[in-house]
Design a protein around this ligand. Structure first.
Ligand SMILES: Cc1ncc(COP(=O)(O)O)c(C=O)c1O
Length: 360
C-alpha cells in the first residue's frame, strides 16, 4: 500500500480556515455574552419560530430547490423580476457562488482590506488572485485606489457597505462615481449584509443602483437584521446572466425548507423585526458615544458593531473583555470588532473598555 496521501489543490496551502466568532462559554467566570459574530441578540419572533417548527415535521423530504415561496416574496418585496434573484446558503454561500461564476486561475478579485474575512478565502479557493486595497486612514473604502487597481484580469469587485469590521460606509455620490469607472464586463458586488442598520441617508440602497447597471449585484442576508443566522439563507439581486449563473453554481438544496419558511415569515414580520433593528441602532449610538466619552477614537459605524483600532493591544483588550464577561472579535495586531448586543452585554463591554483605557 502506498504511503502518499490524496493530492489536494496547491491553492489550499496558503488559505486560512474561516475563523468564526468565539462562542460565549463561561469557564469559572461571569456569564459570558457573545459579541463576536455580529448576530442579532433577540430570540426568534414567535411567528417565525412557529413557521420553523411546522416545517420541521417534513424534514425527511428535500426542500423546494427553487425556493419558490421565498423567491416570490422577495420579488414582491424588492420590486424585481424573479429571474433577477438567487438564494444561497447564507450570503457567504452566494458570495462564493459569485466568485466561482466569474473568477478562476489568472483572474483577479478586488476588495478593500480589512474587510469581510471570507473574501480572501472564497477568492483563493476559486484559484483566482485577490487584490487587497487598503482602507483609507479613516477606515473607509478607498474607491479611487480600488478603481485604479482594475486590470484586464479583474472579474469581480466586492464593496462591503457598511464594511465589516469597521462599520464605515461609502456614500451615493462616491459610489456612483466609482461604478462609472468600472468596465461593464467587471461584476461589482455590493455586499449589504448590514444594510438594514444604516441610518445615513447618503448611503444608497444597492437595489436602486443595480436597476440601471447590469454589472452590479446586491448581496443581502437574513442572518443579521432578520435574526436567522443559524438557518443559513442569503440572496442576491442581479441581472441576467449573473443571476442565472448563480443558480448554476448553487449547492443543490442548499437552503433548507426551515430556512425558506422562516425567511418568508420574517419578510412578513418586517415591521416588528425592524423595530428591533431600531432599538439596536439606538444602542449603537449609546455605545459609540460612551466609548468616545472614555477617550476612544471610533470610526462612525452604520452597522451593528463598533471597531476599535487597538494595534498591538488587540489581543490584551479582547482578553480583558472576556474576563469581564463578553466575548469580542479580535483581529490580532489590527483591532477589535464588538457587536452591539443586549443592553446588559453592552454595559459589561463598556465597563471593560473604560477599565482598559484607564490602564493605558
Ligand atoms: C459583510 C458580510 N457579508 C456576508 C456575511 C455572511 O453572512 P451570512 O452568510 O450569514 O449571510 C457576513 C457575515 O458576517 C458579513 O459580515
Amino acid at each position: 500500500m502506498s504511503e502518499t496521501s490524496p493530492k489536494l489543490r496547491a491553492e489550499l496551502e496558503g488559505i486560512p480556515t474561516y475563523k468564526p466568532g468565539k462562542p460565549a462559554a463561561a469557564v469559572d467566570g461571569p456569564v459570558a455574552y457573545k459579541l463576536s459574530s455580529n448576530e442579532n441578540p433577540y430570540p426568534p419572533l414567535p411567528g417565525v419560530l412557529e413557521s420553523v417548527t411546522s416545517a420541521a415535521g417534513a424534514f425527511n423530504r428535500y426542500p423546494d430547490m427553487a425556493c419558490t415561496g421565498l423567491m416570490n416574496e422577495l420579488a414582491d418585496r424588492f420590486g424585481v423580476p424573479l429571474t433577477h434573484l438567487a438564494t444561497g446558503t447564507g450570503s457567504v454561500g452566494v458570495a462564493q457562488q459569485l466568485v466561482q461564476a466569474t473568477s478562476g486561475p489568472g483572474d483577479e478579485v478586488i476588495y478593500a482590506w480589512r474587510s469581510f474575512e471570507a473574501y480572501p478565502i472564497i477568492t483563493r479557493i476559486s484559484g483566482a488572485t485577490d487584490v487587497q486595497v487598503p482602507l483609507t486612514p479613516g477606515d473607509v473604502h478607498d474607491l479611487d485606489a480600488m478603481a485604479g487597481a482594475i486590470t484586464d484580469r479583474t472579474r469581480l469587485i466586492f464593496v462591503c457597505n457598511p464594511n465589516n469590521p469597521t462599520g464605515t460606509v461609502v456614500r451615493r455620490a462616491e459610489l456612483e462615481r466609482f461604478l462609472d469607472r468600472v468596465p461593464s464586463d467587471v461584476l461589482v458586488v455590493l455586499d449589504e449584509a448590514y444594510g438594514e442598520f444604516v441610518r445615513d441617508a447618503e448611503v444608497p440602497d444597492g437595489v436602486e443602483l443595480y436597476r440601471e447597471r447590469p454589472n452590479v449585484c446586491v448581496l443581502r442576508t437574513f442572518s443579521k437584521a432578520y435574526g436567522l443566522a443559524g438557518l443559513r439563507v442569503g440572496f442576491a439581486i442581479a441581472h441576467e446572466p449573473v443571476a442565472a449563473a448563480l443558480r448554476k453554481t448553487a449547492v443543490p438544496f442548499g437552503v433548507s425548507q426551515l430556512a425558506q419558511d422562516a425567511a418568508v415569515a420574517s419578510l412578513r414580520a418586517e415591521d416588528e423585526l425592524f423595530g428591533r433593528v431600531g432599538a439596536l441602532v439606538s444602542e449603537r449610538a449609546r455605545v459609540v458615544e460612551t466609548l468616545r466619552g472614555q477617550g476612544w477614537t471610533i470610526p462612525d459605524t452604520q452597522a451593528n458593531f463598533v471597531w476599535l483600532r487597538l494595534g498591538e493591544r488587540t489581543v490584551d483588550f479582547a482578553a480583558a473583555c472576556e474576563r469581564a464577561g463578553v466575548v469580542v472579535r479580535p483581529f490580532a495586531g489590527d483591532g477589535v470588532r464588538v457587536t452591539v448586543g443586549e443592553t446588559e452585554a453592552n454595559d459589561i463591554f463598556l465597563k471593560a473598555a473604560e477599565g482598559f483605557r484607564k490602564e493605558l
